[in-house]
Design a binder for this molecule. Sequence first.
Ligand code: PGA
Length: 249
Amino acid sequence: MRKKVVAANWKMYKTPAQAREFFRDFLPLVSGHTRDEVVVCPPFVDLAAAVDATQGSGVAIGGQDLYWKAEGAFTGETSAAMLLAVGCTHVIIGHSERRQCFAETDDTVNLKLKCALEAGLIPIVCVGEVLEEREAGLTEEVLRRQCLRAFHALSGKKAGTLIVAYEPVWAIGTGKTATPELAAEAHALIRSEAAKSLGQDLADNLRILYGGSVKPENAATLMAEPEIDGALVGGASLDPKSFAAIVKY
Ligand code: PGA
């Protein structure tokens, strides 16, 4: 049995004070909930406040990105060691918004993934097709390419903690959710790619989250699908009640 992961991606929302307010309201709603792993990924400037506010709660904190160099003249970037130092355990890599707005490529995703694993951060690697690719029948090809290149030169032994999020880009922030069947198909394909690159053992234990307009209303149906090992939640994770309802689907 793969333990499900419910992860929040706050994107560019909330100040440190707002992050503290969120946890003040959210933590009592999920206290004692141990069925799933819960991770919240706030903006960098909120990380210290989020780590402080979640001490002892079982809620893990992650970064939304990292840079693969140890340190240096890289204005605006954040290293794995910095994320660890502030108390992060997880990091999102290759989110479609990073790919679309900030020129992230499959190759930088691979560099970031290797760096996160090396440092001991738990990576949540995002893959997913855009609408034009789905409509052109290219979904399989895109997912295969994204996985193959993300997992390049990695072994199953090194990638043991890897989490993947399947986020069809046409479902992100649009209110359109993939059906559980459609998500399951994509997850099965990602799992088979992981098996090829990283070995069957890793693939069998790999948590593959679904992301894209996950809401309290559709969380239970999505989570009931055996191929769906959790959720990566954007918009609906900003409100404590709504995210707690998803965690407790
Ligand atoms: P959404 O975002 O839940 O707002 O669709 C998901 C994501 O981008 O991770």
